[in-house]
Design a protein around this ligand. Structure first.
Ligand code: PLP
Length: 376
């Protein structure tokens, strides 16, 4: 929290706007649109809801195919299942850790052969870094397939100066408790077309027709954000740029201290400006991420595995997957070797040094005598 949230919440109470309508919602939407240099935004109850609405608006229904990044949180793909559509997963590439343009291209070539192009492509900007949008957009445009950018983890990040989430047809953001900024829970949708934004607002409020009574012609949802939470979002947004600076500083300190140890950090490739939501790295060969995480846990330090790729999830068995190089998946390698280090902006300098020393002490080091575990 930044300290300014209570002011906005009090204002909501004082003016009696305790509802999924009210001035903070409009204010938050306008301020986000301004920040993103986007035509507009719609404040919603979650990032997952935003993906669901984008798919609904694009007319994704039963039996349709949707391409989706495989290395991501399950929320990126769950809405595909809500629509009873079929996800096809696309691998990461080693440069961006995000969707591999060459795997996407192969998936499209096959889809064209099968005479079943996807209805949409969901491109995730993982851990705060933009995917290779120029190449990915060119491929999607050549097949005239719309793009939904999942920027849940990358608010504050950009590609060649353009904020993630504003390059494709739709972009979604999350304000869950652990994201770049939070409203406790919430999300936002942006879109290139004003008509899409209007449709999203309509669907998010039970799709009520313009009539003097409650009339409904299409299926709607209860997906609007509340005015109180939007107030929290407005205060949080004021601190976003500073938070990106802090996150990037945290990353840099880890990198400087640990990259000599054979640890490789998520690269920031040319053109990308990462918000470094989490500092993520791969461990040297012979190190099992779970052993390192367990050792950190024994020192009361919480670290996490990299997302388990969706094509490996029991939930998504029997769905197609296109690897970066056939038979050689980058996402699987990152899952096998990666860990997410503590990246909270409340981490003090002293705590940070302790984490770094504990990570060092948790690594197996190859020596002439073989592998030894150095102890703290
Ligand atoms: C958090 C997250 C979401 C979902 O956002 P919610 O607001 O929690 O619904 C979607 N995609 C990714 C990549 C996320 O990290």
């Amino acid at each position: 929290m930044t300290g300014k949230e209570e002011q906005f919440i009090s204002e909501a109470f004082d003016t009696n706007w305790i509802a999924p309508v009210g001035p903070h919602i409009e204010g938050f939407e306008k301020e986000m649109a301004l920040y993103l240099k986007a035509p507009g935004t719609v404040a919603l109850s979650s990032g997952t809801a935003a993906i669901h609405l984008a798919l609904d608006i694009l007319g994704v229904t039963k039996g349709d195919v949707v391409f989706c990044s495989t290395l991501t949180f399950v929320a990126s793909a769950n809405p595909i299942l809500y629509q009873e559509a079929e996800p096809v997963f696309i691998d990461s590439d080693p440069i961006s850790w995000n969707m591999s343009p060459q795997a996407l291209k192969r998936a499209f070539v096959q889809a064209e052969k099968d005479k079943k192009l996807p209805k949409a492509v969901i491109i995730v900007h993982l851990y705060g870094q933009s995917a290779r949008m120029e190449e990915l957009m060119e491929i999607c445009k050549s097949y005239q397939v719309p793009v939904i950018e999942d920027a849940a983890e990358s608010l504050g990040a950009g590609y060649k100066g353009i904020p993630t989430g504003t390059i494709g047809d739709f972009g979604i953001y999350s304000f869950n408790g652990n994201k770049m900024i939070t409203t406790a829970g919430g999300g936002m949708l942006t879109a290139k077309k004003k008509s899409h934004l209007e449709k999203a607002k309509f669907l998010a409020q039970q799709a009520k027709d313009q009539a003097d009574y409650y009339q409904h012609s299409v299926k709607g949802y209860n997906y609007r954000m509340s005015n109180i939470l939007a107030g929290i979002g407005r205060a949080q947004l004021l601190a976003l740029d500073e938070r990106v600076e802090q996150k990037r500083f945290i990353y840099k300190r880890y990198e400087e201290a640990l990259s000599t140890k054979g640890i490789e950090f998520m690269p920031e490739y040319e053109g990308s400006y990462s918000c470094r939501w989490l500092t993520v790295c791969t461990l040297p060969m012979d190190n099992n991420p779970q052993d390192v995480i367990n050792n950190l846990q024994s020192h009361n330090i919480e670290a996490r595995r990299v997302w388990k790729p969706l094509h490996l999830q029991p939930l998504f068995q029997n769905h197609n997957f296109y690897a970066h190089i056939p038979g050689n998946s980058t996402a699987e390698m990152l899952f096998d070797r990666g860990i997410c280090l503590p990246s909270g902006t409340s981490l003090s300098g002293e705590e940070h040094r302790f984490v770094i020393e504990t990570v060092k002490a948790s690594l197996y080091e190859k020596s002439a005598q073989g592998a030894i575990l150095s102890n703290l």
